[in-house]
Design a protein around this ligand. Structure first.
Ligand code: UTP
Length: 293
């Protein structure tokens, strides 16, 4: 079984839910406390043992590239001002990873963005990380999926239970539970999936969220399908096509996910991440307590 070495980060969406902040910068660069969203995703990939990062960019490409690049001027300035801690923080980002970029010229959908990474991925399994889904977990969510992949040698998607009123915003699976490694109840074998169903037509309340481990068949499937929901090439439709020739698993990951591409989700993540910070948490908690809410 081939090891997963690469993670694709689609970051070329229009981010319309976060306008006007996303007019001139990608939402993946919005800072959660003091780190851009995409850095949380990259750190999760690294902590999961995946070091080769492929970012699919659109507008605002330079902001993402600059973030992961070495900034000689900034480093020099911090050095001359003896700001050692900040210098270490800045260097840690550029030392962190081996990144490649590919461009999606038009935002034709998540499936289309993944297809743009085909040449860089080649014929090997790979992860997909949507960095606007920020996941706080003891074991990184991607690592949880990789454990399932390494056991079954099959594609795996992250699943989460979602209430009726929001189910139509997700890809939703029809799936049966699988007893896994002594009967853990988080693993499912997927029978079918549907992108953004009406609540009355959703096959379950189990939604796919932004972590995937995929095998290279997904590329020919994405090429074979046409535009789906919203006129976009949907990754869910590509996965549904893959289901014709091989099993796909879903794993109800352990941890808390924030939809940071949405204003309310972003605010929740900001408050909770700030409260957890050793350098800010205590003062921030005290401040929140003074608010008349
Ligand atoms: P979203 O569904 O959140 O879409 O994309 P969006 O366009 O970014 O944001 P809204 O809904 O208009 O506010 C999920 C992920 O897929 C990427 C996005 O960058 C995000 O990481 N994506 C989406 C692409 O890279 N290309 C696309 O054509 C669409």
């Amino acid at each position: 079984m081939a090891k997963v070495r690469k993670a694709v980060f689609p970051a070329a969406g229009l981010g319309t839910r976060f306008l006007p902040a996303t007019k001139a910068q990608p939402k993946e660069m919005l800072p959660l406390v003091d780190k851009p969203l995409i850095q949380y995703g990259v750190e999760e990939a690294m902590q999961s043992g995946v070091r080769n990062i492929l970012i699919v960019t659109g507008r605002g490409k330079t902001a993402i590239e600059d973030h992961f690049d070495v900034s000689f001027e900034l480093e020099h300035l911090l050095e001359t001002r003896h700001k050692k801690d900040l210098l270490a923080t800045v260097r840690a980002v550029s030392d962190m990873i081996d990144v490649s970029y590919v461009r999606q010229k038009e935002a034709l959908g998540l499936g289309h963005a993944v297809l743009r990474a085909r040449e860089l991925v080649g014929e090997e399994p790979f992860a997909v990380v949507l960095s606007d889904d920020v996941i706080d977990a003891e074991v990184p969510c991607l690592r949880q999926l990789l454990d399932v992949y390494e056991f079954y040698n099959a594609p795996v998607v992250a699943l989460m239970e979602v209430p009726d009123e929001s189910i139509s915003a997700y890809g939703v699976v029809d799936a049966e539970p699988v007893a896994h490694n002594g009967g853990r109840d988080r693993l499912y074998r997927i029978r079918n999936m549907v992108e953004k169903p009406k609540a009355s037509e959703a096959p379950s309340r189990l939604a796919i969220i932004g972590r995937y481990v995929l095998t290279p068949e997904i590329f020919s499937s994405l090429e074979a399908i046409g535009p789906g929901s919203g006129g976009e090439i949907q990754l869910t439709d590509g996965l549904k096509h893959v289901l014709r020739c091989r099993p796909i698993y879903g794993y109800k990951f352990e941890g808390k996910r924030y939809d940071a591409g949405d204003k309310l989700g972003f605010l929740k993540a900001t408050v909770e991440f700030a409260l957890k910070r050793f350098d800010l948490g205590q003062e921030f908690r005290q401040y929140l307590k003074t608010l008349p809410i």
